[in-house]
Design a protein around this ligand. Structure first.
Ligand SMILES: [Zn+2]
Length: 213
């Protein structure tokens, strides 16, 4: 998803739980995943159908969050949480989960964005794919004049460019991706707090949510 929309979701879900400085730390780590180095990691973005690797990455970042909290390193905990949310949010924009769900529930006119189910385990979904991201193709499409010419004749349907729901220009399904990704952001937050409480206790939950004075 584009930075603006990652930011919108983080604000909507987390701004009542974290102060502005902490929200900035989470957001910065989330958005950095789209920097050039992050583009070398399809699993950060659920690209190339790397669902197993993406789930492993999310799990690792959740563990890092817990370890950082145990070591009283709030900044590292907030950043790891921001990174895992990026992957979770990108899932809904880069995979075919949203089109599959909308089609299954009667299409755009019947199915409302808020009623799309969350994908709780991509590894058991048999028809799930995500767009193939290719840096050379991405660069090719951006060459002035030539890029748009090539795109007319070479636009693979399973490419990231064809499948993504990164912004509203990609069509009406974008709103569904946003709605589901926002709800899953909320769920990740609740699950993380539950894990922190279970492993480190209530005081760690409190210190994660508000810095000590
Ligand atoms: Zn991304």
């Amino acid at each position: 998803m584009e930075a603006k929309y990652h930011r919108q979701m983080l604000n909507k879900v987390l701004s009542t739980h974290f102060n502005q400085a902490d929200l900035n730390t989470i957001t910065r780590a989330n958005l950095r995943q789209d920097w050039p180095r992050g583009q070398l990691h399809p699993e950060y973005h659920c690209d190339n159908s790397t669902f197993a690797a993406s789930e492993t990455y999310i799990h690792q970042q959740r563990q890092l969050t817990l370890q950082a909290l145990a070591a009283q390193n709030r900044a590292a905990a907030l950043a790891a949480f921001g990174r895992l949310l990026h992957t979770r949010q990108d899932f809904y924009a880069h995979s075919n989960w949203i089109p599959l769900q909308v089609a299954q529930h009667g299409g755009l006119t019947i199915c409302a964005p808020e009623s799309v189910a969350l994908c709780l385990n991509p590894l058991v979904e048999t028809n799930l794919i995500s767009g193939n991201a290719s840096i050379p193709r991405w660069l090719l499409y951006r060459i002035p004049l030539l890029g748009s010419f090539v795109k007319r004749f070479y636009f693979p349907p399973d490419s990231h460019e064809a499948m993504n729901l990164d912004n509203p220009k990609q069509g009406p399904l974008f709103a569904y991706a946003m709605a589901a990704a926002t709800r899953h952001t909320q769920l990740e937050f609740e699950q993380l707090l539950a894990e922190v409480e279970e492993n480190l206790g209530k005081t760690s939950v409190a210190s994660f949510l508000s810095p000590s004075q």
